[in-house]
Design a protein. Structure first.
Length: 93
């Protein structure tokens, strides 16, 4: 995704955040066909004065936490320092 020359890309707003699940795939393409001299060939970028990207999703009380226990290959659960419900996290976040 490239926003340039004063363009604006907005997904949700502070007052009305985007609540749906979304996935953005930035895939590897042939650089000779899909490249930009400033942004490269895989990007979510703005180029040029006044260009802007705003993304607003649901409010999270905390966007990160620490692991409370070591994780090993094959483990099916993660134990985190802070309570997921109190951070407003959902399954899949």
């Amino acid at each position: 995704l490239l926003v340039e020359n004063g363009g604006y890309f907005q997904l949700g707003t502070v007052a009305q955040p985007m609540e749906r699940e979304a996935t953005v795939y930035i895939t590897k393409k042939d650089a000779s066909n899909h490249s930009h001299p400033e942004a490269g060939y895989r990007f979510l970028a703005t180029v040029g004065e006044g260009s802007r990207i705003d993304i607003h999703g649901r409010q999270l009380d905390r966007t990160w936490t620490l692991l409370a226990q070591d994780v090993h290959p094959g483990d099916m659960e993660l134990f985190v320092k802070h309570d997921a419900n109190s951070m407003n996290w959902r399954v899949g976040d």
